[in-house]
Write a protein that binds this ligand. Structure first.
Ligand code: ATP
Ligand code: MG
Length: 332
């Protein structure tokens, strides 16, 4: 069975609808056909300012949300990145074949660092994509399901794999990205030209999986739209309405064209109220299940330890090959 790898950062209080529709829904479907590794990428989460107690809570909560959304820890390998030392070790080796200019071209780094300012921006944030390449390449990964914001990082991963192979001999499989078309990018409800993001400045535009249903409904009803009246998909002229239609389509399974027909002659209010109901209905069971799982941290930790043992065994082997290939002598 081909291997699939993906992960999310334990940052913020909850995963959001972008994480869910853009990635997690696919993870659940794909675990049937792939040998899937789903990682809570805590090493990535410390590349920006963070609070240790909040990080600890968030790591378990992220794992709980994976399971609540449908990841089966018996079938898939569910683990925490910092439990497997080979991630940081391989990242170091890959950083030595990554060009400084190449890394400087990563748009996510440029966006995040521009928001933070250079003094708050860390070298860790800069090398984040190299660590991400290591995450993926350790497991002989064939497929990486991610949102559209990760497209460039995936390209870098493929370049690094190919470069390492041609310099040091065939070592890594070159992975493919799997980016769903419709839900690849869910936008912030208050700022529908920016992607919905855990690290957004304000929470008002984020639909969090763990929000109270009332709060979720209110956020959707307060989404920023435009001054026209017509409900039609037009990303450039009507980013707010287009985003709501995308979300509706992802949750209801109806096509955008069908939705435009269904809402012809009706107001924005109707769309928002009905969408709010649909989203709450979808997200509420995930919230409830997450809270149940969080009530038993010992059981969660047990599941994560099983995943870590399995991942560690595979990752160690890859790292040993890499160390051989670059010319490190074996410890005896
Ligand atoms: P941060 O702002 O801290 O980077 P994030 O919201 O981008 O957080 P990540 O943990 O970086 O979340 O990403 C987890 C997964 O969710 C990735 O596959 C990413 O592509 C996907 N994703 C994140 N935001 C969106 C979005 N707005 N729409 C679709 N997919 C998304
Ligand atoms: Mg991100």
């Amino acid at each position: 069975t081909p291997v699939l790898f993906s992960g999310m950062q334990p940052s913020g209080d909850s995963l959001h609808l972008g994480n869910y529709l853009g990635a997690l829904v696919n993870w659940v479907a794909l675990q049937e056909r792939y040998d899937a590794y789903y990682c809570v990428v805590d090493l990535h989460a410390i590349t920006v300012a963070q609070d240790p107690a909040a990080l600890r809570e968030s790591a378990r909560r992220t794992a709980a949300q994976y399971i609540a959304a449908g990841i089966d820890p018996e079938r898939s390998t569910l683990f925490v990145q910092s439990h497997v030392p080979a991630h940081a070790e391989l990242a170091w080796v890959l950083s030595t074949i990554t060009g400084f200019g190449e890394a400087s071209r990563m748009t996510q780094f440029k966006d995040k660092s521009a928001k933070q300012g250079t003094d708050a921006t860390t070298v860790g944030l800069f090398t984040y994509p190299v660590l991400m390449a290591a995450d993926i390449l350790l497991y002989d990964t064939a497929l990486v399901p991610v949102g559209d914001d990760q497209r460039q990082h995936l390209e870098l991963t493929r370049d690094l794999a190919g470069r390492f192979n041609s310099r040091f001999g065939e070592t890594f499989r070159v992975p493919e990205a799997y980016i769903p078309e419709v839900t690849a990018r869910i936008y912030d409800l208050q700022d529908p030209t920016s992607k919905m993001s855990k690290s957004a400045a304000s929470d008002a535009g984020l639909v969090n999986l763990l929000d109270e249903p009332k709060r979720t409904a209110k956020k959707i009803r307060s989404a920023v739209t435009d001054t026209e009246r017509e409900i039609r998909f037009d990303r450039a002229a009507k980013p707010g309405i287009s985003n709501l239609l995308d979300i509706h389509s992802a949750v209801s399974g109806k096509s955008i064209a069908d939705l435009e027909a269904e809402y012809a002659g009706r107001g924005y209010g109707d769309l928002k109220v009905e969408l709010a109901e649909l989203v709450v209905e979808r997200v509420e069971p995930i919230r409830a299940r997450t809270l149940e799982l969080m009530a038993d941290p010992a059981e969660l930790d047990r599941l994560l330890a099983v995943g870590a043992d399995k991942a560690d065994a595979v990752a160690r082997e890859t790292l040993a090959k890499v160390y051989d290939a670059v010319g490190f002598i074996r410890r005896r």
